[in-house]
Design a protein around this ligand. Structure first.
Ligand SMILES: [Zn+2]
Ligand SMILES: [Zn+2]
Length: 443
């Protein structure tokens, strides 16, 4: 983060009294053109958001209705057109950033034959770019497969069902512990491979169908991204010593994204039932301005989730507004844990301003909190911001349940692909005073 931003953050932090709710930044500050630009550059735009933007649709409901042929005047008439429009988002010259509209007559963008992912306007552009591109070409091939196969999350083919846990939650420390409990995944994956939607996909995508082993691995990577969120919540539950067998508890997902809530199902956090069998009830409330309409958008519980079940609800709005409107009025239970997947507040001043009331609220109410990040760089910057806010960091590092699916930085395909939830920060309360003295920071 530039020094100027640090300085103004310090000023904001010292001038904004904690929890001065009426004086919050405008809601649109997190949606500004500027912060949108920043999050594209330094974060990774979720694919579904890209699809909807490209298709000019506002939410998943509209998308479903279009796919089912229930709406007239839809922006695509068939699957071929839908996949084509999705792909158009990636069509620009990786060498010189030229878009199709900038090409001279008769010129077309050509795709890299190895990854079938990035485009070039000329052979020369490709040749000049190769020293950079060859470092990521293999991985971008997987990215290009995954972004098509990801469609099977919307058709319901994914996630595939998972097995009961044969080990205690505390013994399952990473994917290598989780996977053997699933026994043989092949029959489940083969069912999807031979399904009608998989056939539709490759009949309409503008590339040949990869072989089955490629597709099996892709299905797993996409599923791992879905499960990564649930297992990260489970890990935080254990870290903060919450006992799911002693009482029902509430987890808030702050800043729940478009991606997380589009097509979300009431069963999305059911892996927690397998992690803590016989628990007293877990409530998940997804809160964020991008929350998409769907079955999970229903009022949160005031207290006590149904035993041995996970109850998901959602609220559209900023987290501190949710707190003011529902939690403070006791219309929603206070959280035992707050989790944020890729809050992105490190990326720009606008995003920091949007998150500031929430960060101060979490700090001052001493709420056990866990955030995930896309990279070590994001981790460093986010830690710096939290320390500026005198938040007590409990621990941080690489997430053992990171998504296995590589994500390309869409506007700069040659940047090393990143993974969702690859790092985490867990924090609670205010930094103890003795830690503020000592060597400290240059304030
Ligand atoms: Zn070019
Ligand atoms: Zn390539």
């Amino acid at each position: 983060m530039p020094d100027a931003a640090c300085a103004s953050l310090r000023i904001m932090a010292s001038h904004i009294p904690a929890l001065s709710l009426p004086d919050v930044p405008r809601t649109d500050s997190v949606f500004s053109v500027l912060s949108g630009f920043h999050s594209l550059e330094s974060g990774v735009p979720g694919l579904s958001k890209v699809i909807l933007d490209k298709l000019n649709m506002k939410d998943y409901g509209e998308y479903r209705a279009a796919v089912e042929g229930k709406v007239k005047g839809i922006p695509f008439r068939n699957y071929k057109e839908m996949f084509k429009k999705m792909e158009e988002t990636f069509e620009f010259c990786t060498g010189c950033n030229k878009l199709p509209v900038h090409l001279t007559e008769g010129q077309t963008l050509k795709r890299c034959a190895k990854c079938l992912n990035v485009y070039y306007c000329t052979k020369e552009c490709q040749r000049n770019d190769w020293p950079q591109h060859k470092k990521v070409c293999k991985k971008l091939r997987l990215v290009a497969i995954d972004r098509l196969v990801e469609w099977l999350m919307f058709t319901g083919d994914l996630p595939f069902p998972t097995e009961k846990w044969s080990k205690l939650a505390a013994e399952v420390k990473n994917w290598d512990d989780w996977l053997p409990m699933q026994r043989d995944l092949t029959p489940r994956l083969d069912g999807i491979l031979s399904g009608a939607n998989m056939a539709t996909l490759w009949k309409n995508a503008s590339r040949p169908r990869p072989d089955d082993s490629d597709l099996q691995r892709s299905l797993w990577r996409i599923q791992s991204e879905f499960l990564s969120r649930v297992l990260t919540v489970g890990m935080a539950i254990q870290h903060f010593g919450l006992d799911p067998y002693a009482k029902a508890f509430t987890v808030h997902i702050a800043g729940a994204s478009h991606n997380e809530t589009m097509g979300a199902r009431l069963t999305d956090y059911d892996e927690l039932n397998k992690m803590f069998p016989g628990h007293q009830g877990v409530e998940i409330v997804m809160v964020g301005p991008e929350v998409v309409d769907g079955p999970i958008v229903r009022p949160p519980l005031r207290a006590f989730g149904p035993r041995q079940r996970v109850f998901i609800s959602a609220y559209r709005g900023l987290y501190h507004q949710f707190w003011e409107e529902l939690v403070e009025k006791e219309e929603a239970a206070k959280p035992d844990l707050v989790v944020g997947f890729h809050p992105g507040f490190h990326a720009s001043q606008g995003l920091i301003e949007g998150w500031l009331p929430t960060l101060l609220l979490l700090r001052d109410f001493n709420i056990p909190s866990c955030f995930t990040l896309y990279s070590e760089m994001e981790l460093e910057r986010s830690l710096q911001i939290l320390l500026e806010l005198e938040v007590h960091i409990r621990d941080s590092g690489p997430n053992p349940f990171t998504s296995q699916k590589p994500e390309q930085v869409q506007s700069s395909p040659n940047k090393t692909p990143v993974h969702c939830n690859s790092h985490y920060i867990r924090f609670q309360g205010l930094l103890p005073q003795e830690d503020l003295e000592g060597p400290g920071f240059d304030n």
